[in-house]
Design a protein around this ligand. Structure first.
Ligand code: B9F
Length: 128
């Protein structure tokens, strides 16, 4: 695996899990996101993600991806982040996100966006 390979299973501090598929030669990737939290009316379902990453050789690539929650919500989240290794060599993704939920009018636009951070670590560490 290359130094910035994001492919595989990740979990964040909320317990949300995502599976990232191999990026292509341009750094574009897709995956699946299972959020541990929702507060939507409908039950949580696996949601598709699409992203783009840099392919730097130093292992500290930046990336971004969008999650479309359409199976149970009309909202969208975008994540931006960077890969690091901690002092034990464990991979960590430091991310920030914006969550846009659907509002019914321009008047309510001011309250449509939430912001936060998530830290992802590898779920199953396959050493290769
Ligand atoms: O809960 C979100 C939602 C949007 C409109 C009704 C429900 C959808 C899932 C978002 C999951 C977020 C967190 N999970 C995670 O791993 S994405 C960023 C966080 N990281 C009610 C109105 C707006 C939010 C809740 Fe809703």
């Amino acid at each position: 695996r290359g130094k910035c390979n994001l492919a595989g299973w990740w979990q964040n501090e909320l317990g949300s899990e995502m599976l990232v598929f191999n990026a292509n030669s341009k750094g574009n990737f897709s995956g699946e996101y299972y959020t541990a939290v929702s507060s939507a009316q409908k039950p949580i379902e696996t949601s598709p993600l699409r992203g783009s990453q840099h392919l730097d050789e130093d292992g500290k690539c930046t990336f971004g991806f969008t999650v479309n929650w359409s199976k149970f919500s009309d909202s969208t989240t975008v994540f931006v982040g960077q890969r690091f290794e901690d002092h034990r060599g464990q991979e960590v993704l430091k991310t920030g996100w914006l969550l846009r939920h659907k509002v019914n009018s321009l008047h309510d636009d001011w309250q449509a966006t939430r912001v936060g951070t998530n830290i992802f670590t590898r779920l199953n560490c396959k050493e290769e």
